[in-house]
Each structure stands twice: as structure tokens, then as C-alpha cells.
Design a protein around this ligand. Structure first.
Ligand code: HAS
Ligand code: CU
Length: 555
């Protein structure tokens, strides 16, 4: 074995002011998540025809609750976590401070955006679901609020890119530290991916809802939405991958296998995450079949770096398990530190993601998509991806990150472990229910309690959805209690003093082809070319958007 790469042995002391704002950036997301999961429970129960929505104060209808659930959980929570997490890791990896003004501005944009969307949804004027499909029309605070949340991610990206530029000045000819490279690549991908939704919200939907544009073009809007909307799932996933690649090996006493391999994976995500949006629009009229096929092929392409991730992460885990005394084909697996809640949460997240990925393949298959599109199969899929692979990883990370940022030890290890197991078992039951009922044609986004149509074949699936969803709810509530108590009453001074950065088996090469991997600017250019191939023909043949549809508020 050759020399190991050791990150800066001094680590990095985060200034108190940054520490405070990064902490509060995370808290904004937790606050949203608390509200979001109550709505999640209500929706899961509704599939078993149990109506608790009536007990929600001020709630006008099912779609208001579904909008709150989606926006809080997949938009506010995910991005607030990443806005805190990725810049911190970049600063740590480069051993240099972030820009304090940008740390505060990121927080401020996120908070203001969140307050505006809360108002929009609370007021009952914006029941458009997180996909924001026109011609359903929301209040202007909804579009502006979400746009501000996107702006907060841009500010976080800028902060990381500036830190890298400053680091490069003093480190000519050196390789970018891996942890910084993959953190920055994640948000650079997202920056590119977020431009279409910024155009959609600020250029079309906001002026339309304010009456400055007389109509909108639903197909064009959906296309802009999914242009961002597929890549957004990787914006949620990649911060979790950052933890799996670069932190988890250390936490299980293993090492990251290959520096170049990890960089290539993230570059593939930068290239392939965006030109795939039409796989959400296979059934949309008005998009040429040939273009849908191009996106289907590219979707199978972006499947590959996730497969690659499974191999690399598994190797790191095996190395750790064997170092801890595990032997035989699977003995190492049992020797992983299952008593460490941060590790256990993330291992369970990985295991669930195997099923999330497999269901994604079915979605992506053009013909099979016809069977599952708009059925509960799809929420079955995404509660195993964003709902568990991502959310449970973020919870696992929180078990060291919140103590690190607050200076207080995790309040209860046992509660954290129980939370992860209950949540995972809940998801598996929930997804089993949604997936099987979906195959029987149970539509997604319906309030089954009041639906005028029903099918006995949905009963078992609906029941499993409700049981699983209830377990998920209790699992996550235990997480909130644990984190809340950590913040308020965790033992002072016993927290982790540093980010758990892994070592890599071999130093990144300074000669040969590998240094080219660090040329982020070059990869951005290639990504833009691929996007032009994937969306150019559609844009050229479609021509100007037809702004003829009025807005509707149906519920
Ligand atoms: Fe998806 C719909 C295709 C991944 C989220 N997806 C959705 C929606 C959401 C979502 C939210 O092609 C619904 C949007 C809406 O409201 O309409 N998805 C895919 C494909 C992948 C995929 C091909 N999705 C994700 C991820 C998400 C996410 C990630 C969130 C974070 N999805 C689709 C399609 C649709 C769709 C269609 C449209 C459906 C329709 O008709 O509406 C792939 O990227 C998946 C690749 C994943 C893998 C798994 C690798 C496994 C790993 C774990 C390693 C395990 C280890 C275990 C190491 C190849 C990395 C070791 C553990 C030990 C303990 C030893
Ligand atoms: Cu997608």
C-alpha cells in the first residue's frame, strides 16, 4: 500500500460567527421539516381512508397540505442542509475561511424565501404542489420565495468558488483537495441546473401571477421545470454522496479507495444530471418522441455513476469492517460500527437506495413508464431516494454535525439508533404499499378518503402505506427530539472537534492525465454542450412560448 493522503493535520477552526450562521441555516430546514412531516403523516393515512386532515388548524384542503409537504421536505429542508454542509466541508478541506458576508447572505436569502413560501402556502392561495405546474397559479410570494431559496444556493456556491480561487493562488500546481472538489462540483452542477427554473419563476410565472403577462404556456413551463427538476434530485443526492465517499470511510475505520474514481463520478454527475429532464415528460404531448428517446438514453447514462458509487462505498465499508476484525464473505458487514448512530443511519440509507435506484430504472424505461406514471409507484420510488437515501443520510450527518456546530454532545445515542431503524422499516413498508398499489393503478396526488373512484385492489397497498408512513413519522419525531435536546441540553465540550475527513489509499497524482480532472471550468463547458444537444432541438422547433393560458385556482 502506498502512502496515505492525510488532510491538513491541523484541520480548520471555524470562526464563531460562521459557526452560528451555519447552525441557523440548518435549523431553518429542520423547522420546515417538522411542519412537512405532519402533512406526510396525514397523506399516508389518507391512502388507508383515514382522515386526520380535519384536525389541522387552518388547513383548507388536501392539496394545500400536499404542497406544504413537498415544498418543506424536498425544497427547503434539503437545500438548507446543503447550504450549511457543503460550504463548511469546503472550508475544512481547503483550510481557509469562508466569506462571512456570503455566509450571512446565504442564511438571510434562505430565511426570507422560506418565510414567503410559508405565507403563500399558509394563506391557501398557492396549492400548486412542489412541481408548480401551470396553469395552476400560485400567489406571487410562492414564486418569489422559492426563487430566493434558489438564490441562497447560488450565494453558497459563490462562497465555495471564491474560497477555491483564493486557495489556488497560494497552491499553484497542487491538486484540489478531494473533499473540496466534490463539494464544489455538487453545487456547480446545481447552479447550472437551476438556471431554467429561475427563468421559469422570474421570467414567466411571477409576471403572470402579477398580471404583467396575460397568459402562460403550460408545456413550455413544464419543460423548464423538469430541465431543472431532474437534476434537482442529484442536487439533493450529491451532498449525501459527499458524506458516503469522503466521510463515512473514516467513520467506519476504512479508507476511500481511489481519488480519481471519486472525482470522475462527480464529473459524470456534472455532465449527465441535466440533459435528462424529458424522462418526466414521456407522456406529455408536444415533445418529439426522438427527444424523449435521447433523454431516456442519457438517463441510463446517469444511472452509471450511482452504480459506480455503490462499488466504491462498499469497498470502503469492507475495508473498515475487516480492520475492525470482521472475516469471511460477510463477517465484515456485521463488524461495522452499528452502535454509531451517524454510521447506522447512513448504512440504512444506502441499503434503501438500492431499491430506490432499481425503481428509478423502471421509471426511466420509456415503455414501463407508461404503466407507473402518475401512480403511487412514483412516490414509492422517491421516498426511498430523497425520502430515505438523502433524508436519512442528512440525519446521520446531523448526529456529528449538530454537536460539532453547537459544542454539545449528542443527547441520546439510543434514541438516534432507534429513530433510524424505525424510519427505515417504515419507509420499506410504506414504499411496498405505494409500489404495489401503483402497479394496480392507484393514482398519486389523490385524497382517497373523498375520491369518487376506488378499487379494492388498492386496499392492502393503502394500508401498508399508512402503517409505514406512521412509522416514518415516529422515526423522524425521535430524530427531532434528539436534535432538539442536543441543542438545548447536550453535554458541553464533549462534541467532535473536527469534520471526520477520510484518508485515501493513494495520493492524487500530480502528473499524467489525472490533474485534468480538476479543470472544473472545462467540465462546465462540456456539460453546457450536452445540454445544448439535449434541449437545443426542442427549443428551436418549439419556437416562442405561446402565452395563452389563463391561471387556474381549482382547489
Ligand atoms: Fe427518480 C421520478 C428516474 C434517482 C427523486 N424521482 C422521481 C420523482 C422524484 C425522484 C422526487 O426516469 C418524482 C417527481 C414528481 O413529483 O413527479 N430516478 C430515476 C433514475 C434514478 C433516479 C434512473 N430519483 C432519484 C434520486 C432522487 C429521485 C436519487 C432523489 C434524491 N425518477 C426517475 C424517473 C422519474 C422519477 C424516470 C419519473 C417518473 C414519472 O413517470 O413521473 C437513478 O439515478 C438511480 C440510480 C441509483 C442507483 C443505486 C445505487 C446504490 C447506491 C447505494 C450503495 C449501497 C451500498 C450498500 C454501498 C444505481 C449508491 C452497502 C451497505 C451496507 C450496509 C454494506
Ligand atoms: Cu428524474
Amino acid at each position: 500500500m502506498s502512502a496515505s493522503t492525510v488532510m491538513d493535520p491541523h484541520g480548520y477552526e471555524l470562526p464563531a460567527d460562521h459557526r452560528r450562521y451555519l447552525r441557523w441555516t440548518l435549523y431553518v430546514g429542520y423547522a420546515a421539516l417538522v411542519a412537512g412531516v405532519f402533512h406526510g403523516l396525514a397523506q399516508a393515512l389518507a391512502y388507508a381512508k383515514v382522515d386526520i386532515l380535519q384536525f389541522f388548524p387552518d388547513l383548507k384542503n388536501y392539496y394545500q397540505g400536499l404542497t406544504a409537504h413537498g415544498v418543506a421536505n424536498v425544497l427547503t429542508f434539503t437545500f438548507s442542509f446543503s447550504n450549511g454542509f457543503l460550504p463548511l466541508l469546503t472550508a475544512r478541506a481547503l483550510s481557509r475561511p469562508l466569506n462571512g458576508f456570503l455566509v450571512r447572505a446565504t442564511f438571510a436569502a434562505l430565511l426570507l424565501g422560506n418565510l414567503l413560501t410559508i405565507y403563500a402556502i399558509w394563506s391557501g392561495t398557492s396549492n400548486v404542489l412542489f412541481t408548480s405546474y401551470a396553469p395552476l397559479q400560485a400567489h406571487w410570494t410562492y414564486y418569489l420565495g422559492l426563487a430566493l431559496i434558489v438564490v441562497s444556493t447560488w450565494l453558497a456556491t459563490l462562497n465555495m468558488v471564491l474560497a477555491l480561487a483564493a486557495w489556488r493562488k497560494n497552491h499553484r500546481g497542487e491538486r484540489i483537495p478531494l473533499l473540496a472538489f466534490i463539494s464544489i462540483a455538487s453545487y456547480v452542477m446545481w447552479f447550472l441546473a437551476s438556471l431554467p427554473i429561475a427563468v421559469l419563476f422570474l421570467g414567466f410565472l411571477l409576471p403572470w401571477t402579477l398580471g404583467w403577462l396575460s397568459g402562460t404556456d403550460p408545456l413550455f413551463d413544464r419543460t423548464l421545470f423538469w430541465w431543472t427538476g431532474h437534476a434537482i434530485v442529484y442536487a439533493w443526492l450529491l451532498p449525501a454522496y459527499v458524506s458516503w465517499y469522503a466521510l463515512i470511510p473514516r467513520q467506519v475505520e476504512g479508507k476511500l479507495v481511489s481519488d480519481a474514481y471519486a472525482r470522475i463520478t462527480f464529473i459524470l454527475f456534472l455532465l449527465l444530471s441535466i440533459p435528462t429532464g424529458f424522462h418526466h415528460q414521456y407522456t406529455d404531448p408536444g415533445v418529439p418522441t426522438a427527444m424523449k428517446t435521447v433523454h431516456a438514453v442519457l438517463t441510463f447514462g446517469v444511472f452509471f455513476p450511482s452504480l459506480a458509487t455503490a462499488f466504491s462505498v462498499m469497498a470502503s465499508l469492507e475495508m473498515g469492517g475487516r480492520k475492525r476484525g470482521g472475516t469471511g464473505l460477510i463477517g465484515w458487514f456485521r463488524r461495522l460500527p452499528w452502535d454509531d448512530p451517524s454510521v447506522t443511519a447512513q448504512l440504512l440509507a444506502m441499503l434503501t437506495f438500492v431499491l430506490g435506484g432499481a425503481t428509478g430504472l423502471v421509471n426511466a424505461s420509456y415503455m414501463m413508464n407508461q404503466i407507473i406514471h402518475n401512480t403511487t409507484w412514483v412516490p414509492g420510488h422517491f421516498h426511498m431516494t430523497v425520502g430515505t437515501a438523502v433524508a436519512l443520510t442528512f440525519m446521520g450527518v446531523a448526529y456529528w454535525l449538530v454537536p460539532y456546530l453547537t459544542g454539545r454532545a449528542l443527547w441520546s445515542r439510543g434514541l438516534a439508533l432507534a429513530s433510524s431503524w424505525i424510519y427505515t422499516i417504515g419507509t420499506l413498508i410504506f414504499a411496498r404499499g405505494m409500489i404495489s398499489a401503483g402497479l394496480e393503478g392507484m393514482p398519486r396526488r389523490i385524497f382517497r378518503v373523498e375520491a369518487a373512484y376506488d378499487n379494492p385492489a388498492w386496499d392492502l397497498g393503502g394500508m401498508l402505506t399508512a402503517v409505514g408512513g406512521t412509522l416514518m413519522f415516529f422515526g423522524i419525531m425521535m430524530f427531532f427530539v434528539d436534535i432538539g435536546m442536543t441543542i438545548l441540553a447536550g453535554k458541553k465540550g464533549e462534541q467532535p472537534k473536527d469534520v471526520p475527513v477520510s484518508e485515501t489509499l493513494t495520493e492524487p497524482a500530480r502528473t499524467g492525465w489525472e490533474p485534468n480532472l480538476d479543470r472544473l471550468g472545462l467540465w462546465v463547458v462540456v456539460a453546457v454542450l450536452l445540454i445544448a444537444i439535449a434541449y437545443g432541438p426542442f427549443l428551436l422547433t418549439y419556437g416562442a412560448p405561446r402565452l395563452i393560458s389563463p391561471g387556474f385556482r381549482l382547489f
